[in-house]
Design a binder for this molecule. Structure first.
Ligand SMILES: *Cc1c(COP(=O)(O)O)cnc(C)c1O
Length: 415
């Protein structure tokens, strides 16, 4: 928990609004974001990097709600996108195309066209074939594509294997040993302009050493390129800074920035960073109501109205999210499996949680602002949750709850 989600008397609040009231007014499941948490996080980043030219490109996939993108855009953020859809969202939210970097291993031709048309800042290219395709597409449009190569520094981020991206065996980026030659090839392509180098080694990193190890490898390569006449304007060091879900002790934003700036001392390149989780993760929670308490032979279950389709991280990574009632209750405290209504054993939000609750109570699933709503699905024909942003004592609905009719509106019956 943090100051943005806090207890006032017996009730948990988002800023100055009781979460129980939000559940009452907007229904459950419902994502709740603290505007102050979002803006404070961004401000910390801007402050930490202000001593040199930088661009903070928020990783849209962590949470792509337009209200959040708009908030960051107004504070000067750029964006790290991984699809044409995300580019469209950024533009719809008032983001500047000129501050967008485009990552991802599978950029389609039409996504390339869309990004060239919008004139984004840089394509983070992840393979030799992508380089060829981009050169061709840009040429056919009479344009020159600004590029970085995403270099895979083969550094162990020491995080969950599903969110580690900087090892040799991962699908991301170009091999460190092949990057030099590939830059030389790119330099000879008429419709590409080399502007930078990029790396992103994984997510939910809880120490600074892998970031530094990656930066050092990147810098050695930048120097070799400079000696060969290929001079880069920017260094994109990716995202990946972790947050506290349980008892992790990740470095603060300031400590992380300090470590990176130390590694980059004496260099003149502009710095780009691509934070996602750390900007939104602890700025959001998921509200869910207990439908039933079920006392099995071996375990007690709290069956709630949110499920793996709303918050996939526990099912996908066995991730931990703290869970707490939004109001202190006199009910006897017991160990519960907190589970959703979906027909999958993997459909749980928390194992063995000590809770004093009754049916009908509302629970807050904490640290759910990142990779929550953006990973949600409609499995079991469950409309996706509403999203609300709290600003002091004011509550804004920033996404209406989906309706079932919307889910099948584009389907056709064959006669
Ligand atoms: C997902 C991703 C990020 C953001 O990662 P976080 O761990 O959320 O900070 C940044 N850059 C790239 C290329 C990504 O794929």
């Amino acid at each position: 928990m943090n100051g943005y989600f806090n207890h006032q008397q017996d009730r948990l609040h988002a800023e100055n609004v009781a979460l129980e009231e939000i559940a009452q007014r907007f229904g459950t499941p419902c994502y709740v974001y603290s505007r102050a948490a979002l803006t404070d996080g961004y401000r910390q980043f801007a402050e930490a990097f202000k001593s040199r030219e930088h661009l903070i490109c928020y990783a849209v996939k962590a949470n792509s709600n337009l209200a959040i993108l708009n908030l960051f855009a107004r504070m000067g953020a750029g964006f790290d996108i991984v699809s044409g859809g995300e580019l469209q969202r950024v533009l719809a939210a008032g983001g500047a195309a000129g501050k967008v970097v485009f990552s991802g291993v599978g950029k389609s031709e039409s996504e390339m066209r869309q990004a060239l048309e919008a004139e984004i800042l840089c394509f983070n290219v992840e393979s030799p074939s992508e380089l060829d395709r981009l050169n061709e597409v840009a040429g056919s449009m009479g344009k020159v594509a600004p590029i970085s190569l995403r270099v895979n520094p083969d550094v162990d981020a020491r995080t969950h294997p599903y969110i580690s991206t900087g090892l040799k065996q991962n699908k991301f980026g170009v091999a460190y040993t092949e990057a030099f030659e590939l830059y030389r090839r790119a330099a000879a392509m008429p419709h590409l302009r080399i502007t930078g180098m990029d790396c992103h080694i994984g997510s939910q990193l809880t120490e600074t050493s892998p970031f530094i190890a990656a930066a050092e490898k990147v810098l050695a390569l930048v120097d070799r390129l400079a000696a060969a006449g290929i001079v880069l304007e920017h260094l994109d060091l990716g995202g990946g800074l972790g947050i506290r879900y349980d008892d992790e002790m990740p470095p603060s934003i300031a400590e992380y920035a300090q470590a990176l700036l130390g590694a980059l001392k004496g260099r003149s390149e502009k710095i780009i960073v691509e934070p996602g989780r750390v900007l939104v993760g602890n700025a959001g929670i998921l509200l869910t109501r207990i439908e039933y308490l079920k006392h099995g032979e071996e375990k007690n279950f709290a069956i709630v109205d949110a499920a793996m389709n709303d918050l996939m991280r526990p099912a996908l990574y066995d991730a931990f999210h703290a869970i707490q009632p939004v109001r202190k209750s006199a009910a006897a405290s017991q160990l519960y499996e907190v589970v959703g209504p979906i027909c999958e054993t993997g459909d749980f939000l928390g194992h063995a949680r000590q809770l004093g609750v009754s049916a009908g109570d509302v629970l807050a699933v904490m640290s759910a602002g990142a990779y929550g709503m953006s990973m949600s699905s409609n499995y079991n024909t469950r409309p996706r949750a509403a999203e609300v942003m709290v600003d002091g004592a004011v509550t804004h609905l920033v996404r209406e709850r989906e309706t079932v009719r919307q889910l099948y509106a584009s389907e056709k019956i064959v006669t």
